[in-house]
Design a binder for this molecule. Sequence first.
Ligand code: XMP
Length: 326
Amino acid sequence: MSNNKRPEDMERITTPELAQKFIDEQIAALRAQIGDKKVILALSGGVDSSVTAALLIRAVGKQLTCVHVNHGLLRKGEPEQVVEVFRNQMDANLVYVDAVDRFLDKLAGVSEPEKKRKIIGAEFIRVFEEEARKLEGVGFLAQGTIYPDILESGPVKAHHNVGGLPEDLDFELVEPVKFLFKDEVRVVGSKLGLPDNMVFRQPFPGPGLGVRCIGAITRDRLEAVRESDAILREEFAKAGLEGKVWQYFTVVPDFKSTGVKDDKRTFEWPVIIRAVNTRDAMTATVEEVPYEILNKIVKRITTEVKGVNRVLYDLTPKPSATIEWE
Ligand code: XMP
């Protein structure tokens, strides 16, 4: 039985010096646990799996294989950044799996939100399993489990484990950040040299943009979600809102409305902007984004994003609405 209780005397990691101490201790512990065996890790590019990967790279180098599954539901630039940071800068063993068509084919025509989540989760395990079977001598499965995942506090669903792998793949678990809270993981990530936009990233759901492309996912609407989200993030960063607003993103519903472009009538999708603040994701308030910034975003989305003629701002707190639209 692994111990899942944070030691009572464990100091909170709040400074780079304390992070360094944690990193040194973990490197020694990981080397002792892993020996000369191989480790595999599903690396999404989120804070927790990235910090876990960076620790393992320091500890056991190429004994670690990171598997990055691009399921087509990631934000613009994310798969490229994972490859750049881990393969090019950290010289890690990184298997990049382009599974975009596979996921989108499975999701075609599926409109029920929980069914979409199930398909994405199950397909993810299948792709990861296939990659794990291609490697020989793997003894360990690393996971970016953090303490709130263990405590199961709040509705931020844990998506760090690849639980559900078949029994014959009985890897021993390696979870170096399992006693850390998110703010501590971020301090450690910074000390490990991970880029700020990876370390201070807003929460992103496991099913990714899949739950922000409402109803049955189509490639063109998914592209509209991805492009509008990139514009929103860029403009929030320019306006100094990055790292201040808890979560912000765009949603594209599965209906159209009329508009006018170049003196011609259009019939296109709206983009909905959501920007909220919360402590624990159980309740949330809406960020009062200045009109000037919103206007700039509306102008860019309606001119730069294909198939979109209208932009809405979601003014609803949680409750009654949830943070996501699905
Ligand atoms: P809701 O929409 O329930 O979201 O108010 C609360 C927080 O949870 C995130 N969320 C998810 N995270 N898998 C995840 O890993 C999911 O299926 C999922 N659904 C919602 C959401 O982004 C917000 O931070």
